[in-house]
Design a protein around this ligand. Structure first.
Ligand SMILES: C[S@@+](CC[C@H](N)C(=O)[O-])C[C@H]1O[C@@H](n2cnc3c(N)ncnc32)[C@H](O)[C@@H]1O
Ligand code: SF4
Length: 380
């Protein structure tokens, strides 16, 4: 089963912590050119007649498109896939650009899930993060999405912003819960290479938050959201009434997907390719054909098996090793037995021979545990 990712690379402002491929453009003409290039790429890249298991319109900021262009984008997608028949179609939205009108347009075309990027309700932290909205704006946007017909709404928050205290995070989480979201993503802020925030830290202008405070925030989040009826199905993701995000779960299960738009990646059966990243270069190549792909690689068997563990261990249910062996036809336990035993000995993972899962201590070090299974090209 194939999933479809659509990258909409526009934002009203570039947030200082963000390294996603997004652009602030003054000229709306860029939006039209983007849509034309996307239409051409979709026709070429999506297998005709195939029903997607999920569709994700991400960014960037898909909600920034004008109502007319949003309609056009959804019509382009509908020319290749039946959105209304798809079990999950998500759109990422930002508070400063989403409206009831846009939400209703998305719903009409079969979008059945929205993810609203709030990050924080605190005015100082909103400013620190360069966000283009206020706390009241985020709450109004949530209401606009509900009024537009969304009954499956997710909220994104970030914790561990430099200087943030546990009490401040507790207050943010409460204010988010008060809105009644159906799913929540709570990310620990990371300093991504090349971002303004990371440069500011290198200059000594900003200090990373205390690790112990971040740890307390992480543990509080799990406890509080469990109490509110959310299931922690992944390190940063919590399913409420809306259930897990089917699209992201498919990534962690190493599923196949086609990504369109600048810098979007695709994966099919151990072959991975990534589009040209710069907006203009991607649009030129997508419009001219035959392809806007910049790089492609075929994963070696050991890399593919290692990645199945690296991705899957993020899921709270863990990795079903037998299922992975069966799916890939590879001796995963034979190859990775020693690496698994090392993580178990360190108390970071549990393994009963068939399921590999992070321990409670490992949850806090998920990236490090996952990295133990990655194999570089030379060693594959
Ligand atoms: C690529 S953004 C797109 C969503 C939307 N444009 C927004 O700003 O909310 C998806 C999510 O990634 C998270 N994110 C982005 N950069 C991050 C960072 N450096 N550390 C932690 N989370 C980050 C944010 O929570 C954000 O909502
Ligand atoms: S966090 Fe969202 S709004 Fe901010 S720059 Fe990244 S994609 Fe754009």
């Amino acid at each position: 089963m194939l999933a479809l990712y659509v990258h909409v690379p526009f934002c009203v402002r570039k947030c200082g912590y963000c390294d996603f491929n997004s652009y602030v453009v003054d000229d709306d003409g860029a939006h039209d050119r983007f849509l034309a290039a996307l239409a051409a790429e979709l026709q070429r890249c999506w297998p005709a007649g195939q029903a997607p298991r999920s569709v994700f319109l991400g960014g960037g900021t898909p909600s920034l498109l004008s109502p007319e262009r949003l309609r056009r984008l959804l019509a382009i997608l509908a020319s290749a896939v039946d959105l209304r028949a798809c079990p999950e179609v998500t759109i990422e939205c930002n508070p400063e650009s989403v409206t009831t009108e846009k939400a209703a347009i998305a719903r009409e075309h079969g979008v059945n899930r929205a993810s609203l990027g709030v990050q924080t309700f605190d005015p100082d932290r909103l400013r620190f993060l360069d966000r283009a909205h206020s706390a009241a704006g985020a709450e109004a946007a949530f209401g606009a999405l509900r009024a537009g017909g969304f009954d499956n709404l997710s909220l994104d928050l970030m914790f561990g912003v430099p200087g943030e205290t546990l009490d401040e995070w507790v207050a943010d989480l409460e204010r988010a819960l008060a809105l009644g979201p159906d799913h929540m993503s709570c990310y620990n802020l990371t300093f991504e290479p090349g971002t303004h925030l990371t440069h500011a830290r290198a200059r000594g202008e900003v200090d990373a938050n205390d690790e112990e405070v971040d740890r307390a925030m992480f543990l509080h989040t799990r406890q509080r959201l469990a109490g509110a009826g959310f299931t922690a199905y992944e390190i940063s993701n919590f399913a409420g009434r809306g259930g897990p995000c089917r699209h992201n779960d498919h990534y962690w299960l190493q599923g196949d997907y086609v990504g369109i738009g600048p810098g979007a990646s695709s994966h099919r059966g151990g072959v991975r390719w990534t589009n040209l990243k710069p907006l203009e270069a991607w649009a030129d190549a997508a419009l001219a054909g035959p392809s806007a792909v910049a790089t492609a690689e075929t994963l070696r068997p050991r890399q593919r098996a290692g990645e199945a563990l690296w991705l899957g261990i993020r899921r709270r249910a863990g990795v079903d090793l037998e299922a992975v062996e069966h799916r890939l036809g590879l001796p995963v336990r034979e190859w990775f037995g020693a690496a698994i035993a090392e993580q178990v000995d360190r108390g970071l993972a549990d393994c009963d021979g068939t399921t590999l899962r992070l321990s409670d201590a490992g949850l806090l070090l998920a990236d490090r545990v996952g990295a133990a299974f990655l194999i570089d090209d030379a060693a594959a």
